[in-house]
Design a protein around this ligand. Structure first.
Ligand SMILES: C[S@@+](CC[C@H](N)C(=O)[O-])C[C@H]1O[C@@H](n2cnc3c(N)ncnc32)[C@H](O)[C@@H]1O
Length: 291
């Protein structure tokens, strides 16, 4: 599925798109310490020394630095995919997804810049909010949330290696450009089924995720996670391709999984469609509780 990644792509947001306005959520409860369990780090205040510490991983771990300019003064720095043979297999047989072991977090996938751009152009959805990115990988949308006024950002991935090599260094490098940004930072790793069990529910106002709907299992687990984590006035923004060839996930699969979860009490609204007829369409959907 290498062609699905954003690496080496020119991000083109000028193509056909259809946008539906979304109401902002209002919750602003205090941050729960979700790090009382293993596999969690933080929350850290976004202080210069922490940023410097994480940045130190950057030059060795990163083959090449890439940038997504969201607006003047808001730049997301990310990287070409680091190789970790223990996750992907050796060079001859490296795979984007190795079930039970690795789900593609080392590289940036094509919906990530869509979601980052959406978040930054809808500041009202994240400003003053506690935002978690599930399946964050390189955390391009999460960094966009931090640059858009979120007060706390949490990156969560299946793999600790991804958090260490990608998530934290990208956050550090991007936020080092913006010392005025004051938000707390937290990371965690593990399976969605077993993470977030303590301190998770009620800890986040906004849940975001991109290309986390790539197969039926991911859709089912993600829908169950949203049902557990989403506060009643919260929202989740999920960026997904219409369909993922080879792994059979996508928009329809995710919508169905959400509708089956939580006794049918969650709704999915399509808020943005990108891509023309010649390419696979990409969508952003908003999940919330029925009112
Ligand atoms: C295809 S990658 C997308 C990475 C990133 N969001 C992007 O768009 O560039 C899917 C992500 O979902 C995460 N993921 C998939 N299944 C998961 C699970 N069961 N528990 C935790 N994370 C999972 C992986 O760690 C991975 O980072």
């Amino acid at each position: 599925m290498n062609e699905d990644t954003a690496e080496g792509f020119v991000f083109d947001f000028g193509g056909p798109s259809e946008e539906i306005p979304v109401a902002a959520c209002s919750s602003n409860a205090p941050l729960e310490a979700a790090n009382a369990v293993p596999n969690w780090l933080g929350p850290f205040v976004c202080a210069a020394d922490v940023v410097r510490m994480w940045s130190s991983a950057y030059p060795t771990a990163v083959p090449r630095q890439l940038a997504l300019q969201l607006s003047e003064g808001a730049t997301v720095l990310y990287q070409t995919a680091a190789r970790v043979a223990a996750l992907e297999g050796d060079g001859k047989d490296s795979r984007d997804i190795v079930p039970g072991k690795y789900y593609g977090g080392l590289k940036v996938w094509s919906c990530a810049p869509d979601l980052a751009t959406y978040v930054h152009s809808h500041l009202e959805l994240v400003a003053g909010k506690r935002v978690v990115e599930v399946g964050c990988g390189q955390a391009v949308p999460l960094i966009a949330a931090a640059l858009s006024g979120a007060i706390a950002v949490t990156g969560h991935d299946y793999n600790q290696e991804v958090i260490d090599i990608c998530t934290l260094p990208n956050l550090a490098a991007s936020l080092a450009l913006r010392p005025d940004v004051q938000c707390s930072i937290q990371t965690g790793y593990g399976d969605w089924e077993t993470s977030f069990l303590e301190g998770g529910a009620g800890a986040f106002d906004v849940i975001i995720g991109s290309d986390v709907t790539f197969d039926p299992t991911a859709c089912t687990k993600l829908a169950a996670l949203l049902a557990r984590l989403l506060p009643h006035d919260g929202i989740a923004l999920i960026a997904t391709k219409q369909y993922y060839f080879g792994t059979n996930g996508g928009l329809g699969e995710f919508e169905e999984a959400v509708q089956k979860s939580a006794n049918g009490q969650l709704t999915v609204q399509r808020v943005l469609r990108l891509g023309d007829g010649n390419e696979m369409q990409r969508h952003i959907v908003l999940v919330s509780w029925k009112r």
